[in-house]
Ligand binder design. Sequence first.
Ligand code: HEM
Length: 315
Amino acid sequence: MTVLSNLAQPGVLSNPTTHAEYMTFVLEQRLDTNHLSAQIAHCLAKLDVITKSINQKDLDASLTISIGFSANAWPQLFPSMPMPAQLQPFTEMRDGTRVFPATAGDIFVMIKSNRIDLNFQAAKLVMRDLQAIAELIEDIQGYKYLDNRDMIDFVDGTENPSGDERVEAVLVQQDIELHQGGSYLTTQRYVDNLDKWEAQHTEYQEQVIGRTKMDNVELDDDVKPAWAHNAKSKVEIDDVEIKMLRQNRPWGNAKEHGTFFVGFASTPEIINTSLKQMIFADDNGDYDRLLDFVDAKTGAIYFMPSATFLGQFDD
Ligand code: HEM
């Protein structure tokens, strides 16, 4: 069993809820480090207060607010604390017409609960506090669709680890004590091309994902193509599978919609490896065929410190 002295942020380890809000902030230029570090300490002290007061309205809503910081933001916000060892910016990946862009994002806030109205209240208060130092450049509301399906109509999240395997996959153990119990998060907002997707036969869609559509059963290895999404995204080192935790949610409306990819791992290298396997064609010209139907619009990496780390700022 994994025993860490620091507690993780609850939203990092828990399953996705019915509603989620993903807020991306960029630090204001021109503010000096003293001001930034004092202001973030004030905001972090209030996060816990906001969470408790909104949760009181409906305990069944299970509201959590999780926060993370980019490699650019860390030294400006926490100048006296060393950077998490593997915190790095997201690097653009490109092959042919397929692109995973690297986009702006210094502070990422993920609000999860079973009520969109409570998420809104939390988001409003978080924005009010953070806007003294950062601009909210993207605010996406995600939601549970059918039985945890993406809008391409396949169940998402089935192969996520659970229990101790999840803790092992998600939380940092190999770093100074300050950063243990934290996690690396990679986010990407995807837009679907549903017209193109829905023009495909179900059999082809099942090959693209590597599972059956209706019953969500994994295809046998002898029929699953090398370019299936669940073949290309799976990370193995020396034949041992290395898991990540995906908390993806669909987002959007009839006009524009897709998947907000939310991937946690104990090192950003796991998700970087998965992304490379997906986008770069291998020696047979095979890449992840899901990428023929979905387009990544954003890409960023954050470190989500432990709850113990955040607790040092409590009043
Ligand atoms: C539009 C974007 C995406 C969609 C719609 C999507 C959808 C799915 C679906 C339906 C599955 C099969 C069920 C499951 O095990 O969850 C799956 C599996 C998986 N996906 Fe994605 N995914 C997307 C992006 C990504 C990205 C960007 C990554 C990695 C960086 C990723 C990593 C994985 C992994 C590791 C699995 C499990 C593979 C296995 O062990 O079987 N996915 N995804």
